[in-house]
Design a protein around this ligand. Structure first.
Ligand code: UGA
Length: 439
């Protein structure tokens, strides 16, 4: 099939390469000429394990090309996926739909045959219906253009696998033809037995935001219990493990620590709440306000713990910060809890040096006032406190005897609860961990 993928960020670029891998002819489109130039040369503009190979193989096979032109997209494709961002609107908690709308305005007037537009971006419920009305006003006479919704559930860091082997496919359609087209797009994946849920467009839109709201709630739930543990000297780690053994609860997304960040969960729960307010039914979702505040409070709690460990003041203290990305295996720093904490420490007088294996460049662009390094030893040099804020695997394999010779004071705050704290203590370090008793 001839497919376009419009918006080649973390989601769209992987989707474009994934569709080519399934055997389709794909054109990836973006307004960012630098990004398109980089992708065309087979260079991934962001860190995503497995993506560079997928990109290069499919370019070499002649199935994947890139362009900045929506006119070219209209001529090229029969199915057009919209993968542009829906960030938080400035000065509001609602989603900003300007990029989605701009795609419709730029693409639809150029369509000259029957086409299916498939939204993948996370949007307020009702968007597909609104876009259908826009499309009806913009489509040239004779071009039958339909809007469907096919939410994306991929996780950064696992995006290639999640695209090629998703745990489910959800499509919202308004006709049997659209359903048939999407079944054909995903034929290989469906043949592997992947569950396929075909429903109306509003339900498909809601599946996505509900899934992210549930995941965020699960994380904030365990972090709320973590706060109780801190107050009474109980230990959140065995508690979470014990809960997770109940198959109805499950242990995934039940890792206590610094909470969630990234370009999706935080803004999606806020936008969901904003949409519920618009619909006059905000009471059903008020709990998401608590989910958000529990999450944001974890960052403040980490700063407070760091200050305590430094004897009550951050002024002129050298702090080694481990991690800048919002999670490991990503260079994405959007709403990164790690950077938020690093910045708060610095603005309260500390002198932080932030290490991250992949995200330093993006971090520097967002927080130019912090010091960065890609050499982990450099972060530790002279540190009076180390704070572990993003749980990269390499931080679990550090040579503690060697680090002890670099720091001024062997003290660490594990805000992600992934370090072997007994091992650190045995190596002579003072350790605090969020939700865990002090010893
Ligand atoms: C999330 C969802 O997991 C995807 O299913 C969804 O497609 C995506 O948003 C999206 O809407 O595009 P992602 O933002 O890549 O994916 O990251 P997650 O792996 O979900 O992690 C989100 C945040 O939660 C991270 O900051 C992570 O550190 C944190 N987290 C995760 C916890 O604090 N505890 C946990 O137990 C799990």
């Amino acid at each position: 099939m001839r497919i376009t993928v419009i918006g080649t960020g973390y989601l769209g670029a992987v989707h474009a390469a994934g569709m080519a891998e399934l055997g389709h002819d794909v054109l990836g489109v973006d307004v960012d000429a630098d990004k398109i130039e980089s992708l065309s040369r087979g260079h991934a503009p962001f860190f995503e394990p497995g993506f560079p190979e997928l990109l290069r193989n499919n370019i070499a096979a002649g199935r994947l090309k890139f362009s900045t032109s929506l006119k070219e997209a209209a001529e090229f494709g029969d199915v057009h996926f919209i993968c542009v961002g829906t960030p938080q609107r400035p000065g509001s908690t609602a989603a900003d739909m300007k990029y989605v709308d701009a795609v419709i305005e730029g693409l639809v007037p150029n369509l000259n045959r029957a086409s299916l537009i498939v939204g993948k971006s996370t949007v307020p419920v009702g968007t597909a219906a609104r876009l259908s009305t826009m499309v009806a006003g913009l489509a040239p006479v004779g071009a039958k253009v339909e809007v469907a919704w096919n939410p994306e559930f991929l996780r950064e860091g696992f995006a290639v696998n999640d695209t090629l082997h998703p745990d489910r496919l959800v499509v919202g359609v308004t006709s049997a033809e659209a359903d048939d087209t999407l079944r054909e797009v995903y034929r290989t994946i469906l043949e592997a037995g992947t569950p396929y849920i075909s429903t109306d467009v509003a339900t498909a839109e809601l599946v996505k935001v509900s899934a992210n709201a549930f995941l965020a709630t699960k994380i904030s739930f365990i972090n709320a219990i973590s706060e109780i543990c801190e107050a009474v000297g109980a230990d959140i780690m065995p508690l979470a493990a014990a809960l997770g053994h109940d198959a109805r609860i499950g242990n995934r997304f039940l890792s206590p620590g610094l909470g969630f960040g990234g370009g999706c969960l935080p803004k999606d729960i806020r936008a969901f709440l904003a949409r519920a307010e618009e619909l006059g039914i905000e009471e059903s979702l008020t709990f998401l306000r608590n989910v958000d505040s529990i999450n944001v409070n974890r960052r403040q709690r980490a700063v407070n713990l760091a200050r305590d460990m430094l004897g009550g003041s951050l002024e002129n203290k050298r702090i080694a910060v481990l991690g800048a990305a919002f999670k490991p295996n990503s260079d994405d720093v959007r709403d990164s809890p790690a950077l938020c904490v690093a910045n708060a420490l610095q603005s309260q007088g500390a002198n932080v040096r932030v290490h991250d294996p992949e995200a330093v460049e993006n971090a520097r662009a967002s927080y130019p006032g912090l010091n960065y390094t890609t050499e982990v030893d450099k972060a530790f040099e002279g540190a009076q406190l180390t704070v572990h804020l993003t749980e990269w695997q390499e931080y679990r394999q550090l040579d503690l005897a060697h680090l002890s010779t670099l720091v001024t004071s062997p003290c660490i705050l594990d805000a992600r609860n992934t370090l072997d704290i007994d091992h650190w203590r045995a190596a002579g370090w003072t350790v605090r961990a969020m939700g865990r008793p002090t010893r």
